[in-house]
Each structure stands twice: as C-alpha cells, then as structure tokens.
Ligand binder design. Structure first.
Ligand code: NAG
Ligand code: NAG
Ligand code: NAG
Ligand code: NAG
Ligand code: NAG
Ligand code: NAG
Ligand code: NAG
Ligand code: NAG
Ligand code: NAG
Length: 889
C-alpha cells in the first residue's frame, strides 16, 4: 500500500509535470499563432507543431518554450501586447520595423527578458515605468523612435543592465542621477535628444562604462570631474551641447580613453597638461569652444594620436615642435586661432600626415623646402596667415595634394611651374591675395582635375596662357586684380565666368569682359553669353562627388563646343543661322490618329526659335511646337548627340519606338521623332502645367500660393511608381530631377527623359558621353567612385526630388552654406539643433496636424533614399509601398 501510494504519487507527479509542459507548449504555440496573425508575419502560418523552427523563433531545448524572438527588419506593425504572454522569453528584437503607438507596458511582465531591442521604429509616448521590472535585463535599446518625456528614475532598478541606448528620440528633462546606480553599465548613449540640465556627477560611479555618448542635446554646466574616474571609459562624446567651464584635470586619470569629442560647446580655459597621461588617445576633437592658452606639448606623449582638431578657439603661441613625435598623426586642424611662428617642419616629417589645416591664424614663417619630402599630404590649408617668402619649387613634390590653399598671405616671387606636377589637385588651388609676380606658368594647364583656380589680387603679368585650356575640369576661375594682358583664351570655363573674374587687369580683352581685342580676338561671335550663378556652383564644390560631376559636365560642354565649332565650320554657317528650311532626314508618329496633325517641318522650325524654349536639362532642351493643325507638342531636342547615334539611326528609331509602347501612367512616352541635319527630336504630348520644378519653385513664390500637401504627396507617389516600373523593366534613368517631371492637367506626374537612358546606354555602345550622371544636386555620392548610374543611384536622386517636395528648397542653394547641398542640409539638421519641422516647408506643415504627420513620415522615406551607402537605400518598389502607406493612414 505504501508502495502503491508512492507509485501513484510519482505517477501523478510525472503526469502533472508533462501536463505542465504540454500546457506551456500549447500556450506558446497559440500565442505565436495569434502574434503571427496580428502582425501578419508571413512564414508563420505553416505547420504549427514546428513553431520552434519558424523564422525568428528559438526555443529552449528542454521544454520547447520560446526563448528568443527576432523579428527585426520585417516591416511589421500591429499590437505587440501578446508577446508578453511568452513568459520564458529572454531575447526580443523588434528593431527596424514600423511599430508605432506606446511601448506596451505588458512587456514589464517578461521577467526572464535579458535583451530588448525596439530601436528604429516609430514608438511614441514615454518610456513605460513597467520596464523597470525587467530585473534580468542586460541590454535595452529604444533608440531611433519618437519617444518623449523624461528618462525614468526607475530604470536604476535594472541592476544587471549593461547596455542602455536611447539615442535619436525626443527625450527631455535631465539625465537622472540614478543612472549612476546601474553599476554594470558598459554602454550609455542618449545622443540626439532634447536632454537638458547638467551631466550628473554620479555617472562617475559607473566603473564599467566604456562608451558615453550624449552629443546633440542641450546639456549645460561643466564636464564633471568624476566622469574621468571611470577607468574603463574608451569613448566620450559630448559634442554639440551647451557645456561650460574648464576641461577637468582629472581627464588624465582615464588611461584607456581613445576618443574624446567635446567640440561645439562653450568650454573655456586651457587643455590640462594631464592629457599627456592618456596614452591610448587617438582622437581629440575640441573645436568651436572658447579654449585658450598654448597648445600643450603633452599631446606629443599620446603616441597613437591620429586626429587633433582644435579649430575655432582662442589658442595662442606656436605649434609645439614635439608634435613631430606623433608618428600616427593624420590630421592636424588648428584653423581659426591666434597661433604664430613657423610652419611646424617637424610635423611635416610624419609619413602619415594627410591634412594640415593652419588657416586663419598668424603663422609668420615661410613655406619650408622640405614641405613634402616625406608626407603624403592631401590637404594643405595655409590661407589667411602672414606667411612670407617664396613658394618653394619643392611644392611640386606634394603629388598627393587634393587642395592647396595659400591665399591671403605675404607670399612673394613667382608661381613655381612645379605646381603643374600636382596632378591630383582637384578641389582648389588658391594663391589669391599675395604679392606674387611674373607669368602664369603654362604647366598649370596640366591640372586637368582642378575645379577651382584663384590667383586674384596679386601682381601677376603677361598673358593668360592658352595652355590653361588643359584644365578640363575647371568651373571656377579668378584672375582679377593682376597685371594680365592680351586676349582671354577661348575656353568655356572662362567665357562662362562672371566678368568680375577678369576685372582689374588693364590689359585683358575678350569675353566675358565686354572689351574687344580688335584683330586679336575671335571671341566676339562666341555663343556663350549666358552666365551661370557661380556661388551656386561653388556650393557644390568641396564634396568629392561634385568634383567628379563637374569634371564630366565640363568635359561634356567641352566636347559639345568642339563639335559645334566643327559643324559650323563644315557647314560654313554660324549656329544661329535659321534662314534655310530644315532638311528632314526621317520622322515618324507612332500614334495613328495623331499622324495628320503633326507636321515635321513645323516641329523642326520650332526648335530653332529660342522663344519656344520651355526648359533645358543635362541632355536635352525642350521646346513648345505649335502645329498648323492647332495642336501643341512638347519637343525634346537631344543635346550633343554623338555621331555614333546617327550612324545607328535604325537602332535608335527602334529604341524610341519600343519606348513609345512602354505603358505606365507616370512615364512620358514619345509619340514620335524627327531627325534633321544632325539633330534628334523626340515628340511628346504638351503639358501646360509645366514641370515639377516650376510647380515647386516658381508657383509657390506667387502671393496667392495656397499650400496643398495632398497634391504634393500624390506627385511623390506617382514619380516613385513611374521609376519603380522603369526598374521593373530594367531601365535605369540617367537624369532624375524635378525638371524632368512633367505635370498633366490633373497634376499627375509623368517622368520624362526616359529615352536618353536607352539612347545613351553605354552597354549598347551607342554613346561615348555615357559618363554624365545627371543634374547637380541629384547625383548620388557613390558616383564619384563608381562613375556608374545604378538603381540605388536612382533612388538617391528620387530622394532629392522628395526632399524638394517636402522643403520647397532647391537641390543646390548657396543659402545652405559652402559645400552643402539640400541632402546634406537636411541630414545635418539635428547637429544644428534643428528639428525636422524646421526643415519642412512650414506653409504646409503648419496647416494641420495630419499634414505635418504625413510630411514627417515622408521625410523619413527621403532620408532613407538619400543614405550615403547605396546598399542601405530602399528599392524603388519599397519606396512606393512606404509612401502609399502614408496616404492610406
Ligand atoms: C506537420 O508536421 C508533421 C510532423 O512533422 C507532419 O507529420 C504533418 O504531415 C505536417 N502537416 C502539414 C499540414 O504539413
Ligand atoms: C523551460 O526551461 C527554461 C530553462 O531552459 C526555464 O527558464 C523555464 O521556466 C521553463 N519553462 C517551463 C514552463 O517549465
Ligand atoms: C493591444 O491589445 C490589448 C489586449 O490584447 C489591449 O488591451 C490593448 O489596448 C491593445 N493596444 C492597442 C494599442 O490597441
Ligand atoms: C502582468 O502579470 C500580472 C500577473 O502575472 C497580471 O495581473 C497583469 O495583468 C499583467 N500585466 C499586464 C500589463 O499584462
Ligand atoms: C541596440 O542596442 C543593443 C545593445 O547595445 C545592441 O546590441 C543592438 O545591436 C542595438 N540594435 C541596433 C539595431 O543597433
Ligand atoms: C542609488 O545610489 C545611492 C547612492 O549613490 C543610494 O543611496 C541608493 O540607495 C541607490 N538606490 C538603489 C535603488 O540602489
Ligand atoms: C596604440 O595602438 C595600437 C594599435 O591599435 C595598440 O596596439 C596599442 O596598444 C596602442 N597604444 C597605446 C599606448 O594605447
Ligand atoms: C612672428 O610673430 C611673432 C609674434 O608676433 C614674433 O614674435 C616673431 O618675431 C615673428 N616672426 C617673424 C619671422 O616675423
Ligand atoms: C623635390 O623637388 C625638387 C625640386 O623640384 C626636386 O629636385 C626633387 O627631386 C624632389 N624630391 C623628391 C623626393 O621628389
């Protein structure tokens, strides 16, 4: 009997144990099925008995309870509360989805949870206090959401927490001192929020902390000394706050610190000599503060120092000779201080030095002959100092230089011809405002990558050498205020310049100066009389991509010019001679019922009159042509058609005809073509509402402008759909810009200039000018390296159009500042302390809450599209989905 009862107890125990397991199984299984339904997870509706092998699900090997759920990057949304039923969950990753609303407080019931990642979603509201109940939590990542309110004190209860990531939200209030109780914390980031108040002293208690990143907040007060008690701290980022006071001497205690970034604050005083104790220091950035005193020699003890940026402070004295010991130094940036003395030759011995920026100081020595005996300098920026003496011939040894700034000094002597050896020079060569004499060396003509040349305000004489025509990439020139004489060489970058680039030289003649050279000059019938806005072009310079783009555009212009001159010579007439009737070589109208209405000769003649011009793009000029029948057409005259296209006429005609069958509401299809002389004309329907460019930038300036976001959003969706379709049929657009989007009478967009992609497709061997990537401001950054337009490149250009729609700003505008285009301006808004709302066109975003919300959502899409990394950009199809979602919500 006792035995039996023992057995029954055992059996019962066994039964109830398996019961428990089965209940648990059923629970997690049914919970998962429900979650799958709620979140519409594809791949979770299969054989439900195998739920442990569903994508993203991992179970305990003992009892099949769900322990890990990884649903990141699935585009999910929906109610997450059910997840809290998975009681054994240890790991939950929901990052990179579309979850919105508040973070479910029920998550506080996941008592086993060790890892919670909700980053890169749209969670709003405040951080739920219930999360503090997750006593096993080691990592909490809430970054990149829309969270508001304060960082709750209660988080101190998360004793085991090692990683706390809260960056890029809208958190405000101050950092609770209780964070100092999280003694296991290794990583704490809360950058890009609206945190105010002081950095709590108690953070110093975090003896395990390795990374502290609080940049771009509104933190004030001084940097607490205690911070440097954290012996394990490796990275400290406090950039872009409102910090005041001195840099504490205790900084030297932190031997393991490798990166210190405290720029853009209001710090005062000197740099403590104790900095030399931080032997692992590699990166020190303290620019844009009010620091003063001498640059301490102790930096030279930090043998791993790679970057030292002390720009825009009040430092005086000289650059310590001991810096020559810094054998790993790559960038020394001390511009905008009051430093004087010689250019530190000891540093120039460093083989690693890449950038030396001493500009805007009081350096008063000479440029040493040893300037580039060992270094591989790419940037030598010595402008706005008091540097004397001659530019040494050895400057030609600086073969890696991309930029050479020597302007506004007291340099004398002549320009050494060896500068022409610096074949890599591309961003700028600036010798302006010195006392240079003599001739411009012909060797400068070898600098075929150089974009900007400034020799203004010197005493240079002689003629401007025609050899300078070799500077094929030139966009900006300035020869003003010298003693140059003779005719300005015929060279597009010269004639396209403002005349102020040549003024102040009594002996110069020719275009763009309106001074005839008499017999010497052959530029009087030059066709280039339009002036480009310089500063706009300047705004794009500086970024490497623009350099390349400019190179290609200039090469293109150059080639066009050559061709036109040749054609004019061959024909014995000038380009503008329109007296003869054009000789039509071929033509066709693909649409049967339009054939009667279209007259090829009238089409050709219309393109000879400037008054018919509607717009000019990278590859074509568009004219309006009124037919004798009363019909109006839009006629696209392809620029600079390569001879090979004409030689492959049949092929071209076939391509155009194929495109005419490409059927999508948001693509502009050719309805016919005309060939005359060596001109190719593509015929399209005429749209009186003009281009998206005009719609955005011209019509909104009118006083009766009524903001209308839904129309803009519909245009954005339409353009995206047109491009997605193009990509679907494997066509990459070569020139996406708002100027190439036409609007029909209902303001539905039609993407134009599709033909060019086919006609200039390099793989088809029909063109040699295939290197041109599109229009300024729309060119993806990777183009600088790849020289190839790709589908992700199209997504980038589309992103720029979307930003234009959202901001009503031009893709390139001098108002953004030098070297900054619309994309950069928008992406750097947070570092300037601007909210997205300040970026959007306020005439739209302030009309209603609903509009504002949609615009913010669209802004997110535009930011994704314009990511610098092509692989991170969404596919065009995905862009359409994301935008459609905005319209539906
Ligand atoms: C589900 O899985 C079990 C075991 O692997 C298998 O026997 C059964 O046929 C599957 N059912 C379906 C509907 O696939
Ligand atoms: C399943 O096993 C894990 C340990 O692997 C344990 O934490 C959990 O409580 C168990 N669940 C049940 C229902 O027994
Ligand atoms: C989510 O579902 C729970 C019940 O399962 C409900 O209490 C809660 O209100 C829902 N949350 C939202 C945001 O709909
Ligand atoms: C958390 O669990 C407790 C008991 O286990 C339950 O009473 C409570 O409703 C749960 N909270 C939420 C928000 O689900
Ligand atoms: C969120 O933070 C955790 C802990 O630092 C980290 O492991 C995880 O990779 C982060 N998530 C994302 C998407 O970066
Ligand atoms: C937090 O730390 C302070 C001392 O710095 C201590 O007085 C307090 O009790 C701690 N709180 C908790 C919950 O441990
Ligand atoms: C300098 O850097 C090297 C390579 O990263 C590293 O091995 C070395 O420990 C560093 N030196 C110091 C003093 O931290
Ligand atoms: C450079 O300037 C410093 C400080 O004004 C002065 O002491 C020094 O003599 C100057 N050196 C030369 C070469 O002019
Ligand atoms: C540096 O330049 C000088 C003068 O141009 C030249 O004689 C010398 O060979 C160059 N040295 C190196 C290392 O290129």
């Amino acid at each position: 009997m006792p035995f039996l009862s023992l057995l029954s107890i055992l059996l019962f125990g066994l039964l109830s144990w398996s019961q428990l397991v089965i209940t648990q199984l059923l629970n997690d299984q049914t919970t998962l099925v429900e979650i799958g339904k709620e979140l519409k997870i594809s791949g979770w509706n299969v054989n439900s008995s195998e739920y442990c092998s569903w994508p993203g699900v991992s179970c305990s090997s003992k009892n099949s309870s769900v322990e890990r759920l990884d649903l990141s990057s699935h585009g999910l949304q929906g109610n997450l509360s059910l997840i809290s039923e998975l009681k054994s969950l240890k790991w939950l990753d929901l990052s990179f989805n579309k979850f919105h609303g508040i973070i479910p407080s029920a998550f506080g019931n996941l008592s086993e949870l060790e890892f919670l990642d909700l980053s890169f979603n749209n969670f709003g509201g405040s951080i739920p206090l219930e999360l503090a109940r997750l006593r096993n939590l080691r990592a909490l990542n809430l970054s990149n959401n829309l969270l508001m309110g304060v960082i709750p004190d209660e988080l101190e209860e998360l004793e085991k927490l090692q990683d706390l990531q809260l960056f890029t939200n809208r958190l405000n209030g101050s950092i609770p001192p209780q964070v100092g109780n999280l003694t296991n914390l290794k990583v704490f980031t809360a950058y890009e929020n609206e945190l105010s108040g002081v950095i709590p002293d108690k953070l110093g208690l975090l003896s395990e902390l390795q990374l502290l990143n609080l940049h771009s907040n509104k933190l004030e007060g001084s940097i607490p000394e205690s911070i440097f008690n954290m012996e394990k701290l490796e990275t400290l980022v406090l950039t872009q706050n409102r910090l005041t006071g001195y840099i504490p001497e205790s900084i030297g205690k932190c031997k393991g610190l490798s990166s210190i970034r405290i720029g853009n604050n209001n710090l005062i005083g000197g740099i403590p000599r104790e900095i030399g104790n931080i032997s692992s220091l590699t990166y020190f950035e303290a620019n844009n503060n009010n620091l003063s005193g001498e640059i301490v020699t102790e930096f030279s003890r930090c043998s791993n120092l790679t970057l030292l940026n002390l720009a825009s402070n009040g430092f005086t004295g000289t650059v310590p000779l001991e810096f020559g010991l810094l054998s790993n130094l790559q960038e020394l940036i001390v511009s905008g201080n009051s430093l004087f003395g010689d250019i530190p030759t000891s540093i120039l011995r460093s083989k690693t030095l890449n950038k030396l920026d001493l500009s805007n100081n009081r350096f008063n020595g000479t440029i040493p002959q040893s300037i580039c005996t060992t270094t591989r300098l790419q940037y030598l920026l010595l402008g706005q100092n008091s540097i004397r003496g001659e530019i040494p011939h050895e400057i030609g040894n600086c073969t890696k230089l991309l930029e050479l700034q020597l302007g506004s000094n007291y340099l004398t002597g002549s320009i050494p011809p060896e500068i022409g050896h610096i074949k890599n020079l591309q961003i700028a060569l600036n010798l302006s405002s010195n006392h240079l004499r003599g001739h411009l060396p012909e060797e400068l003509g070898r600098l075929d990558k150089l974009v900007s040349l400034d020799v203004s305000n010197n005493q240079l004489s002689g003629s401007i050498p025609t050899a300078l025509k070799g500077m094929l990439s030139l966009i900006e020139v300035n020869f003003s205020n010298n003693h140059f004489t003779g005719p300005i060489p015929l060279f597009i970058p010269f004639q396209k310049s403002l005349n102020s680039s040549f003024l102040g030289n009594k002996g110069l003649c020719g275009e763009p100066l309106s001074i005839s050279c008499g017999g010497l000059d052959d530029s009087s019938h030059d066709a280039y009389h339009h002036k480009v806005s310089y500063r706009i072009i300047l705004a794009v310079i500086g970024s490497g991509l623009a350099v390349f783009a400019s190179v290609t555009v200039v090469v293109l212009l150059f080639m066009m010019r050559e061709r036109q001159e040749k054609a004019a010579k061959d024909a014995g007439i000038t380009e503008n001679d329109t007296s003869d009737d054009p000789v039509i070589l071929a033509g066709n109208v693909f649409v049967e019922n339009l054939r009667q209405a279209i007259d090829f000769e009238a089409v050709a003649k219309a393109t000879l009159k400037d008054s018919n011009k509607l717009s000019t793009g990278t590859f074509s000029t568009v004219y309006r042509a009124d037919m004798p029948s009363g019909m109006s057409l839009s006629v696209r005259k392809l620029k600079s058609m390569d001879r090979t296209i004409l030689n492959h006429q049949g092929k071209m005609i076939r391509e155009v005809e194929k495109l005419s069958k490409l059927c999508h509401d948001n693509l502009m299809r050719p309805i016919g073509f005309v060939l005359f002389e060596d001109v190719v004309l593509l015929l399209h329907q005429y749209f009186p509402n003009g281009t998206l460019y005009q719609f955005l930038h011209d019509s909104t300036k009118k006083p009766d402008y009524k903001p209308d976001w839904p129309t803009r959003l519909a245009i954005a969706v339409g353009v995206a759909e047109g491009l997605a379709f193009l990509h679907h049929v494997a066509i990459i657009h070569l020139d996406i810009s708002s100027g190439n989007v036409l609007l029909d009478s209902n303001f539905s967009p039609l993407v134009g200039e599709v033909e060019i992609s086919k006609l200039l497709d390099p793989s088809r061997g029909t063109a040699s000018i295939s290197a041109v990537a599109g229009s300024f401001g729309y060119i993806p950054p990777e183009y600088a390296y790849t020289m190839q337009v790709t589908a992700p490149g199209n997504v980038y250009s589309y992103g720029v159009v979307l930003l234009e729609i959202l901001t009503t700003q031009l893709p390139v505008d001098e108002a953004f500042g030098e070297g900054i285009d619309l994309v950069k301006w928008v992406h750097t808004a947070p570092t300037r302390g601007e909210t997205p709302e300040q970026i959007l066109d306020a005439r739209l975003s302030t009309v209603s809450f609903a509009w504002r919300k949609e615009m913010l959502a669209a802004l997110k899409v535009a930011l994704l599209c314009t990511d610098t990394t092509p692989a991170k950009r969404p596919k065009m199809k995905k862009v359409v989905e994301m935008l459609q979602e905005i319209t539906q919500n």
